[in-house]
Design a protein around this ligand. Structure first.
Ligand code: GTB
Length: 206
């Protein structure tokens, strides 16, 4: 059975792979799992057929037989635990790689998304100019911590893992907003991720 994932029929990022289906496609490519992509319009995302797959009417979703998943983190974790290649076998190393997945999604991504939402939707508010520096500081705090921890290493904890895959996709959004200028270490980390053949195949599919 070939899994099917969903992605934007017309992505606002104009093909830059910044939406959250990219991390799922990249994970599937890393483990050489063939997959189908069903493109959905904004109207289709909110229609009953898609809402039955995703309670919030979003992408990505993942269908494999009678398994339906939403949340990109849960999907990538499922792929990583059911195929070799994205998580170490050794129990403690595996736990650390999964911790980096959670760090990407619950510690690094939220301030980046918050800032992005402010720039997109709050520009005309009279408190926008006062709020932006605070949002920038929150992003900076996370990027500084991550950059220090990564140091000169290629990946966050030993070999490339699902933790790096998730972190690189999160950082790409910050880079697209120009927030990585002070962080050559993180820009080089993203470039290493983007240079992986599986990443390039995922990009080509999108
Ligand atoms: N926590 C969920 C997950 O990780 O799967 C979040 C899913 C999510 O936010 N999906 C977005 C969506 O479906 C697409 S990725 N939005 C439509 C809606 O909520 O109605 C977010 C996104 C969109 C566009 C860009 N971009 O253009 O750069 C980047 C990221």
């Amino acid at each position: 059975m070939i899994p099917t994932i969903t992605a934007f029929a017309s992505s606002p990022d104009r093909g830059r792979g910044l939406a959250r289906d990219m991390r799922v496609r990249w994970a599937l490519e890393e483990v050489s799992q063939p997959y189908d992509v069903r493109l959905v319009s904004f109207a289709e995302m909110k229609a009953p057929a898609h809402m039955a797959l995703h309670p919030f009417g979003q992408i990505p979703t993942y269908e494999d037989g009678d398994l339906v998943l939403f949340e990109s983190g849960a999907i990538v974790l499922h792929i990583a635990t059911t195929h070799p290649g994205l998580l170490p076998d050794e129990v403690k190393a595996r736990a650390r790689a999964i911790a980096w997945m959670f760090a990407a999604l619950s510690t690094v991504e939220p301030p980046i998304v918050e800032r992005s939402a402010a720039v997109l939707m709050e520009r005309d508010e009279d408190w926008y100019e006062a709020r932006l520096p605070m949002l920038d500081a929150r992003v900076r705090q996370r990027l500084d911590g991550l950059s220090s921890r990564l140091g000169e290493a290629d990946w966050l904890d030993g070999d490339f893992s699902a933790g790096d895959l998730m972190m690189v996709t999160v950082l790409r959004r910050a880079e697209a907003m120009g927030l990585l200028e002070p962080h050559p270490t993180l820009r080089a980390y993203i470039a290493r991720g983007e240079a992986r053949p599986a990443y390039r195949r995922a990009e080509a599919v999108g």
